[in-house]
Design a protein around this ligand. Structure first.
Ligand code: GLU
Length: 427
């Protein structure tokens, strides 16, 4: 069975390859399960999508108008939840796909949230702090009618950070007339953020990798890793893997890639980057071409940057034993077909990078209850939930001889579908 909702939908979502990919994944789940046809149709499109124009006064004078999006894929399980992305590639189709993936991610982790995502098409690297603040505050104001601590809760994503969340928190609180920290997660700890939220995605990726190595009887001290991206997810993953004895032999980002087969000194690289320098200029490694990064032989490959980087062209050339998807949607459907014929152990994005939204959930709960958890409580609970989800996915994959991705998506989609069936259709 596939959904009867027009798979093209190009008049609405543009010709978005990311949206198409999310829909193909949902169709694969439908084929492997006996989902109710009506529920499947409802899950194949977002519940609500808002497009706003955001006029911003620029530092050099004049006004520039940006386009922003907030998409709520599902509100069935609780408030919708998901990040806000600032990147030039942002368009409606991409945001819808990312919102859909958030629904499955929250389902797999059994969190009381639906999926959402937002984004503004802009290049944050060329915006001043003041311009970013004005952009963020005006965007918050424009989407105010559809967000709320019980409706839709934003968090950081690519190009946004704790400061962005603090501006959203402040703007929302000024408009409603009281401090409402539970409107966003991923805030600075001083204003109700959760200790360990910034590191949570990378830690969750690491817990999954360590579990996969154990399943495959591979020793961490004899294992190597290659990481694409040295942002919030990639850098923390490198540090956590390094602490557990893995050798990180290559790292790359959009400015360039480096390799050192003896192992890159991760604490030294973190210091180098903290002083504003680029990964590619790190003296302790050799530069390599961008297309060599993902195909470097290693035990664990971690794409932790953009979507659709593992494609039909390079999937057959991957030389890793474990593919741990720190990014959202790094592997295309065509690449997936190639990987499923290989012996690569895939830890799919909706499981692998779910640590971020899991600690976001902890933050939201703490803000509502007005109490604070300790760092060890956050990390212990994160590990417990990540490992439980990892083993549920692995078991389903083994029991039904399905790829890990299909198993993960089935768990996520079925949870949302079940809740929709029980709640029924209004009116
Ligand atoms: N942006 C992150 C993600 O893609 C986190 C979302 C959240 O914490 O709500 O999972």
């Amino acid at each position: 069975m596939t959904t009867s909702v027009d798979p093209d939908l190009s008049p609405i979502y543009g010709d978005s390859p990311t949206f198409r990919m999310a829909r193909q994944q949902l169709d694969a789940v439908a084929e492997a399960t006996d989902l109710d046809a009506g529920v499947l149709d409802r899950l194949s499109v977002p519940k609500r999508a808002m497009i706003v124009s955001i006029p911003v006064r620029m530092d050099k004078g004049g006004v520039k108008v940006f386009t922003g999006y907030r998409v709520q894929h599902s509100l069935t399980s609780g408030p919708s939840k998901g990040g806000l992305r600032y990147n030039p590639s942002v368009d409606l189709g991409e945001v819808v796909a990312l919102a859909m993936w958030m629904s499955w991610k929250c389902g797999i982790m059994n969190l009381p949230f639906g999926g959402a995502k937002g984004g503004i098409s802009c290049d944050p690297a060329v915006l001043s702090l003041g311009e970013k603040e004005r952009l963020t505050r005006r965007f918050t104001d424009e989407v105010l009618s559809i967000i709320g601590p019980r409706q839709d809760v934003m968090a950081p994503d690519m190009g946004t950070d704790e400061q962005t969340m603090a501006w959203i928190y402040d703007t929302y609180s000024m408009r409603v007339g009281y401090a409402c920290p539970e409107i966003v997660t991923g805030k600075p700890v001083e204003v109700g953020g959760c200790i360990g939220r910034r590191e949570a995605t990378g830690r969750g990726v690491t817990y999954c990798i360590m579990e996969a190595l154990a399943e495959l009887n591979l020793r961490p001290h004899e294992s190597t890793a290659v990481v694409q991206g040295f942002g919030n997810v990639g850098s923390v993953t490198c540090q956590e893997l390094h602490q557990r004895g893995l050798k990180i032999i290559a790292i790359g980002d959009r400015y360039g890639s480096i390799r050192n087969l003896k192992g890159i000194d991760i604490p030294a690289l973190a210091k180098h980057v903290a002083t504003g320098k680029l990964v590619k200029d790190f003296p302790g490694a050799e530069p390599i071409a961008a297309d060599e990064l993902l195909t470097t032989p290693c035990t664990v490959l971690v794409p932790a940057a953009l979507e659709r980087v593992i494609t039909a062209e390079n999937a057959g050339k991957l030389a890793c034993r474990v593919l741990a998807e720190g990014a959202n949607g790094p592997t295309t459907v065509e690449a997936d077909a190639i990987l499923s014929r290989s012996d690569i152990f895939v830890i799919p994005d909706v499981l692998c990078n779910a640590g971020g939204v899991t600690v976001s959930y902890f933050e939201w709960v703490q803000d509502i209850q007005q109490l604070m958890w300790s760092e060890s409580m956050v990390n212990d609970k994160l590990k417990e939930l990540m490992l439980r989800a990892f083993h549920q996915v692995l078991k389903l994959s083994r029991d039904r001889k399905l790829p890990m991705r299909t198993a993960a998506l089935i768990l996520g989609v079925e949870k949302v579908a079940r809740e929709k069936m029980i709640r029924g259709l209004y009116p």
